[in-house]
Write a protein that binds this ligand. Structure first.
Ligand code: MSP
Length: 646
């Protein structure tokens, strides 16, 4: 059996954020799950590097497009290992083999008569990189970018998408799983109930040079979507590679709702025109918001996966996003939500079950897996709970209902915690005549933990490995047992020596974290708890050391709506964030770009006139003839952004 799972290839006009991380964590989890089921898996992700958006972003940074795309693509590639995401292939649309594949396909479709040249006047949205129909507009604006599209008249090449409309409708109707969840299938069918227009698949070089040149007209480059979608074939070596033959028939694409139309309409009709069988499934998920607000650079609430990992750890992040989002629906991220899940589900439910069980086996049986000699009613409760969990888990994982799969595992963890309370091993340990019963109870708990570790492997690979190591197993994945963990009840061999491992999820205690940082400083330990402000109005070195001062570069500046004093500055530290500063009376936005400034990087975010400010910019304020003058702080020579100031 084979599985081919893909994520969208991400535009390199933005750095990786929580949304990109979610889709890629899902693909990684699914590919790990399928691999543990014994399948041969290909998991592909990558970057989409042509088109208007990318040129604009490169211009903003004053660098050539190639230099720019190399930099951001590397950023995406380097982010995934930080989340324990292991793709088999990372594709870039600037790769020479991809460019060759796109040109071959275009030539074939052109030769078959499915591409024609025409004059067109249409409403073009730069954000969407496509022409919009009148019907799509909301009060004259693009519904996604809230700006009116620009009317453009030009000659271009068009793909006869409309020729394939009925075949596509028939395919979707005949294959209920082609687009899931169902709501998105219905959305696509409803869109297809209106006549489909042909797709403009070129851009004149006079308007855009950064793209793949059409093989049949060198005055045009390929429309970015026609180029990008083909990545799914290039990655398999289409048309020749053996991977293409093995994996294309099982292709499953994973996207969010924003790019439903290109994947559910453009791509299948393109495949029809190419004479290539359609992909097997399209899985569509909803959007992550942050604190119930849309994540956006201008609001300044973009969540970076690297920072989340630093704060919460890889497995907490992976667990949180998979548990919290019902696949297909929207979800909201907040630090309270992730901390809550970490403390309740991970530290409390799972972490405590693990540490209590292990501690009891050490205490009462010298750290050795005991013999399960007796089977009482409660044991059946536990093994029955395991047997009930497994099919729910497997079906839910295979159908992208990760939250339900995890819910089933946590129901089992709850049952196991109750099992401890009901059986009171500490009481059994006091009574010699109950020794056999105690062994049985401990064995059942260990066995339950082994199965929990097995099924958590795709979601939390490091935690599962740690649990297995502690249970005296080799920590490597065990396909046979994974396939039938319930039927394998009793798989843990009596006499196995447990290994001491540290707590799975030490509680997140911010105060402690800060203190331990302080402990590294030269100040003696006792001083750590001294009040921040001491009598003479002086602060201690420790208090000063709590400030995280950094050199940052201003990359964008704009006035904050309805405020005369505030500017929203996008700064790189080196990750991008927005800081709102009361400097509008002293600086014009345009004169700020490119300046290095000093920022307080660890200030609690605060909302100012509706914009979240993530830090503070330092400036000197002097009085000149009774008036304030404000001058931004900087360093006396250019230094790398993110350098600390102390
Ligand atoms: N380059 C195109 C895709 C081409 S695929 C042939 C593109 N790129 S993108 O960078 O904009 O990525 C969009 C995808 O990123 C979404 O479909 C989703 O996978 C992920 N997400 C971006 N923001 C997201 C959220 N706020 N929430 C969830 N996922 C989001 O479109």
């Amino acid at each position: 059996m084979t599985t081919y799972i893909t994520t969208p290839i991400y535009y390199v006009n933005a750095q990786p954020h929580l949304g990109h991380a979610y889709t890629t964590i899902v693909a990684d989890t699914y590919s790990r799950f399928k691999r543990l089921c014994g399948e041969d898996v290909r998991f592909q992700t990558g970057t989409d590097e042509h088109g208007d958006k990318i040129v604009e972003a490169a211009e903003r940074e004053n660098v050539a497009p190639k230099e720019y795309v190399d930099r951001i693509s590397t950023m995406f590639r380097d982010t995934w290992p930080l989340l324990d995401i292991v793709p088999d292939n990372f594709i870039r649309t600037t790769d020479p083999d991809h460019i060759a594949t796109v040109r071959n396909i275009l030539q074939r479709v052109y030769d078959n008569g499915d591409i024609y040249f025409d004059e067109y006047t249409g409403l073009y949205c730069r954000g969407c990189e496509r022409f919009l129909t009148e019907k799509e507009l909301v009060e004259g604006n693009c519904p996604d970018h809230q700006v009116p599209p620009k009317e453009i008249a030009e000659q271009n090449y068009f793909f006869r998408m409309s020729n394939y409309q009925q075949r596509l409708i028939d395919h979707i109707r005949g294959n209920p799983d082609f687009i899931t969840p169902e709501r998105y299938r219905n959305e696509v069918l409803s869109f297809l109930s209106e006549p489909l227009e042909d797709l403009c698949i070129s851009r004149p070089k006079s308007r855009l040079k950064w793209g793949i040149e059409l093989p049949f007209d060198d005055k045009f480059v390929t429309y970015v979507w026609f180029d990008a979608l083909i990545n799914y074939l290039t990655g398999l070596g289409y048309p020749e590679g053996s991977d293409y033959a093995a994996f294309w028939p099982v292709a499953e694409h994973l996207v969010a709702k924003d790019i439903l139309k290109p994947h559910a309409i453009y791509w299948p009709t393109m495949l029809m025109a190419m004479g290539v069988p359609l992909y097997r499934k399209l899985h569509v998920h909803g959007y992550w918001n942050v604190d119930d607000t849309k994540m956006s650079k201008s609001i300044g609430n973009v969540v970076r996966p690297g920072l989340l990992v630093e704060e919460y750890g890889i497995d907490t992040l992976r667990y949180f996003v998979l548990r919290e989002m019902s696949f297909g629906l929207a979800s909201s991220f907040s630090s309270e939500a992730i901390t809550g899940r970490r403390n309740a589900d991970l530290a409390n439910d799972l972490g405590n079950l693990y540490s209590r069980t292990m501690a009891m086996v050490y205490k009462y049986r010298g750290g050795e897996v005991p013999e399960p000699a007796e089977s009482g009613e409660e044991d059946d409760v536990l093994s029955a709970a395991v047997k009930a969990m497994v099919p729910i888990y497997r079906e839910a994982m295979a159908e992208f209902r990760f939250h339900q799969a995890l819910q089933a595992v946590w129901d089992l963890i709850g049952t196991a915690n109750k099992y401890i309370v009901v059986n009171e091993p500490w009481t059994l340990a006091k009574d010699e005549t109950k020794a056999v019963r105690l062994e049985s109870v401990l064995y059942n708990l260990l066995e339950c933990l082994r199965i929990v570790a097995l099924v958590l492997q795709p979601v939390m690979p490091a935690t599962a490995a740690k649990m297995m190591e502690g249970l005296g197993l080799d920590g490597k994945s065990d396909t046979d047992r994974f396939l039938d963990p319930g039927g394998n009840w009793g798989g843990l061999a009596a006499g196995t020596a447990l290994k001491p491992v540290e707590a799975l999820f030490p509680r997140l205690d911010r105060k402690k974290k800060k203190e331990s940082k302080k402990e590294k400083s030269t100040a003696p330990k006792e001083k750590v708890r001294e009040p921040a402000l001491i009598d003479e109005g002086l602060i201690s070195f420790d208090t000063f050391a709590q400030l995280d001062l950094r050199v940052a570069e201003i990359v964008a500046a704009e006035p904050v709506k309805k405020s005369e004093k505030l500017l929203a500055l996008t700064v790189r530290v080196p990750e991008e964030r927005v800081i709102v500063a009361g400097i509008a009376e002293y600086y014009r936005p345009s004169e700020l770009i490119g300046r290095q400034v000093i920022v307080v990087a660890n200030l609690k975010p605060a909302k100012l006139m509706g914009v979240t400010s993530q830090g503070m910019i330092l400036a000197a304020r002097e009085q000149v003839s009774g008036k304030d003058r404000l001058v931004l702080s900087t360093v006396s020579d250019t230094v790398a952004v993110g350098s600390t100031v102390s």
